[in-house]
Design a protein around this ligand. Structure first.
Ligand code: SF4
Ligand code: MG
Length: 337
């Protein structure tokens, strides 16, 4: 199966006054057409920066790809010119964000805003556009779309605005939909509906989905595989079932332990003590060593390599077999298929 998206050894950096700061380091992942991947981690883990790098939307001129490459359908997109990238966005890759109110323009009707990607990417008459938009809204479970398209964003609920954003993202029929915390601002019932909608899009249109979230529960709902990020690196990468059955990285174990459990509502919710270190302030050795209850001497000295059995990879010294007197053979950044 040819991958749709391939990220190889990606570093993303930001220029500072006199040097640059690496925010994302050594990222490898692949996504096939129709697959869904969750990128999970606390804020400051580099997951949003990764998605912006894919979209070619890193803040200019400070943010840049300092190493590695991103391929879409076998084509290298990480060094495209802005004009070519604009052609790709909304057409091959679309993105939805957490707060739809800020992404919708308050002074234009929903219909006007939904017309934009069609004007940009497709040759259609006004009437064809209108039909297409109404069809899309109906497909995405919006009743009375004829009425909605003449309304303004502030007239709609948060959940409806997110549906409109998803419609907007889907109108260009992208191969890849990136959703950055798409349900975080919504209440639980609406959250479930939006996840349902993303699942439906994935199944019906075979759109690949990259879901960025701090919430492992959301990943469990709709993703095939998952990459756990911590302080700019993927620390664990496998299919969703394996991650929940057999989490290897202490950070992943902590995330799972801190998931609210419906059966134990009374208990205190576990949370991992401490915060993600700032990129200016990364500890020597393993980035997680300042919060890890298993940290050993070597963890504070040297960064662990990524080891993999082919479908489950982890970056932790606990999972490196180190025969006496032998140096560790580093299986560098093997992709999970
Ligand atoms: Fe913990 Fe060491 Fe593994 Fe890092 S390498 S997660 S500090 S055990
Ligand atoms: Mg974010």
């Amino acid at each position: 199966l040819k991958p749709l998206l391939e990220i190889r050894n990606l570093d993303v950096s930001f220029r500072t006054q006199d040097s640059s700061l690496r925010i994302v380091h050594g990222l490898n992942l692949t996504l096939a057409q129709g697959e869904t991947i969750g990128i999970v981690g606390e804020s400051g883990s580099g997951k949003s920066v990764t998605s912006l790098a894919i979209m070619g939307l890193l803040p200019k001129p400070t943010g840049f790809i300092s190493n590695g490459e991103i391929l879409l359908d076998g084509r290298k997109i990480s060094d495209l010119k802005e004009k070519e990238m604009r052609e790709l966005r909304g057409n091959d890759i679309s993105m939805i964000f957490q707060e739809p109110m800020t992404s919708l323009n308050p002074v234009f009707t929903i219909g006007d805003q939904l017309s934009e990607p069609l004007k940009r990417h497709k040759k259609m008459s006004r009437k064809e556009r209108r039909t297409r938009i109404i069809d899309m809204l109906r497909t995405l479970g919006i009743s009375r779309p004829e009425k909605i398209i003449d309304e303004y964003p502030h007239q709609l609920s948060g959940g409806m605005r997110q549906r409109i954003m998803i419609s907007l993202a889907m109108l260009g029929e992208p191969k890849l939909l990136i959703a950055d915390e798409p349900t975080t601002a919504l209440d639980v019932t609406i959250q479930a509906q939006i996840l349902d909608l993303i699942r439906t899009i994935n199944k019906q249109k075979n759109t690949s989905v990259m879901l960025i979230t701090h919430d492992l529960g959301v990943v469990a709902e709709i993703c095939d595989k998952v990459a756990v990020m911590y302080a700019g690196e993927i620390v664990e990468y496998t299919d969703v079932r394996t991650l929940f059955d057999k989490p290897l990285h202490p950070y992943t174990q902590g995330l799972i332990a801190s998931m609210p459990n419906m059966n134990e509502r009374k208990g205190e919710l576990y949370s991992i003590a401490g915060n993600v270190p700032r990129p200016t302030d990364l500890p020597k050795g393993c980035h997680f060593s300042t919060r890890c209850m298993y940290a050993m001497d070597c963890c504070h000295e040297e960064a662990p390599p990524t080891t993999s059995n082919g479908c489950h990879s982890v970056r932790c010294w606990l999972h490196v077999d180190q025969p006496e007197g032998h140096s560790v053979e580093i299986e560098e950044e093997k992709n999970v298929q």
